[in-house]
Design a protein around this ligand. Structure first.
Ligand code: NAD
Length: 468
């Protein structure tokens, strides 16, 4: 494509009609046969592949996302997810035999995998393609027509997504609705059979309330403050580099980016040195490197993040510079005094990282996690001690855990990804995406000859029947 498509909001007045067409498609049963689902997935695969350069360009325009990050985490991720889904779909979609005792074996109990129905997928801005298309792959695989509502904060990507989906898939079965609050509000006024929302907890409450009106089940993929432990048993050098990576990828605009670090006093010096060395190594030509470091999505978020930095009473140990015109914030490490610092008041969602000294070992660190966020989406602990790892697992809650790394548990596409409590509900990815849009329907067929055994269930409940 020589020019990327232009963003346009879907007229609010059209949205009910779009939804009605999808419901009609659902009722026709067209999207249910496995062959239909596979053809749609193959078409989507090729449309993404053909649009690789456009996707990279759109992400560059919206987020200055480095090309390699776009290829790894958006384009190749989606291609792999589609290919894996195609390879596994027959197996996933097969009826499952339900386990039962010998008494009921004659009923041939089984679990039928049925599509949930018409579904809605609402995405967040930070991974405009991955956060919408991975759920869409699940919806297609499960046989569900879907409306996709990308974030309006990345308009170039949202417009391209509408173009790709429009090009690849049947418009009456899979379609993009673009827009902001008025359009999303109108979409949410329609009746869906499942809604998947990715974004912040405040809007998640609006989505849940709208869904509750129709008793529509929801999957919520949210955020929170992700903690990092560096205990006395850690490799602090490795920690600095791997935490640094977790903070610079997509300029820290990731739901699983580390938000604060708790450091054992014996590890502080080595950690700060290694974080500093790592960032200098990542950006030998300076941290304003436009090729390898992203930018903050918009002025509102730029002001929010720099505002948190200004309000912090901490000491900047690395970085601290920013440029409003470029929406550039330098990877910044700040030593804070305690839990009341402004940098712990909300999820940072940018390349700023506070750390604090914690003298009371894993016990105190776990207790801080429970105080700060209770249920973060990601939890990271640098320790080579198996007992410490076990203690952390048993005394905290989080969506997932990476030991001796940040974020990487979420890089394994075949394991379910999701939060708990404030960080979300439900999960997706790989088979979990198929399951997310599938209803497990128990089915039995009661043979006539069972009547003898069933006698006890019929009134009158005479003692004679129970003595048989
Ligand atoms: P965002 O501003 O792009 O909003 C997300 C979606 O909500 C958009 O599609 C937007 O149009 C819609 N929306 C906004 N206000 C609305 C309203 N009043 N009514 C209905 N819809 C509305 O992104 P965001 O929410 O700022 O995203 C950042 C948050 O998302 C962070 O908390 C981050 O941790 C979380 N996140 C979670 C995951 C995950 O997989 N768990 C992934 C990415 C981001």
């Amino acid at each position: 494509m020589s020019e990327l498509p232009t963003y346009a909001s879907t007229p609010v007045a059209d949205i009910a009609g779009v939804h009605a067409r999808l419901v009609e498609t659902w009722e026709s049963g067209r999207t249910i046969p496995l062959e239909y689902r596979k053809i749609a997935l193959r078409k989507l695969y090729h449309a993404i592949k053909d649009n690789t350069e456009n996707i990279v360009a759109a992400l560059k325009a919206d987020l200055n996302k480095p090309e390699k990050e776009s290829l790894m985490i958006e384009v190749c991720w989606l291609e792999k997810d589609i290919l894996d889904t195609l390879a596994q779909l027959d197996k996933w979609a097969k009826d499952e035999k339900a386990p039962t005792s010998i008494i009921y074996a004659g009923l041939k109990p089984r679990m039928k995998k049925g599509p949930m129905g018409t579904v809605l997928i609402i995405g967040a801005f930070n991974y405009p393609f991955q956060l919408t298309v991975v759920p869409l792959i699940g919806a297609i695989a499960a046989g569900c027509p879907a409306i996709v509502k990308p974030s309006e904060m990345c308009p170039v990507s949202a417009a391209l997504l509408a173009h790709i989906i429009g090009q690849a898939l049947e418009p009456d079965a899979y379609t993009v609705v673009n827009g902001g609050i008025p359009e999303t509000t109108e979409v949410l006024a329609q009746k869906f059979d499942k809604i998947m929302y990715t974004g912040n907890g405040q809007v998640a409450r609006i989505v849940s309330a709208a869904a509750a009106k129709n008793l529509t089940p929801v999957i919520l993929e949210l955020g929170g403050l992700n903690p990092v432990f560096i205990t006395s048993k850690a490799d602090a050098k490795l920690a600095g580099k791997r935490i640094g990576w977790g903070k610079v990828h997509n300029a820290g605009q990731i739901c699983i980016s580390p938000d604060y670090v708790m450091v054992d006093p014996s590890m502080e010096e080595a950690f700060v040195q290694s974080f500093t060395d790592a960032i200098n190594e990542f950006y030998p030509n300076g941290t304003d490197d436009k090729e390898n470091f992203g930018r903050i999505v918009n002025d509102r978020h730029f002001k929010r993040i720099t505002g948190l930095l200004e309000k912090s009473k901490g000491e900047v140990k690395f970085g601290g510079k920013s440029d409003a015109a470029e929406r550039w914030i330098e990877p910044t490490l700040v030593k804070i005094g305690g839990l009341d610092d402004a940098l712990l008041s909300e999820e940072i969602f940018g390349p700023v990282l506070p750390y604090m000294i914690v003298e009371g070992g894993v016990q105190e660190m776990s207790s801080i996690v429970r105080k700060v966020g209770d249920c973060p989406l990601g939890l990271y602990a640098f320790t080579n001690d198996a007992k410490e790892q076990e203690y952390i697992v048993n005394t905290t809650r989080s969506g997932g855990i990476s030991f001796n790394d940040t974020m990487f548990h979420a890089a394994i596409q075949s394991i379910p990804f999701g939060g708990i409590g404030e960080s979300g509900t439900g999960c997706y990815r790989g088979k979990a995406s198929f399951d997310a849009f599938t209803h497990l329907r128990p089915i039995i067929d009661q043979p006539g000859w069972m009547e003898g055994q069933l006698d006890v269930r019929y009134p009158p409940y005479t003692d004679a029947k129970y003595k048989k």
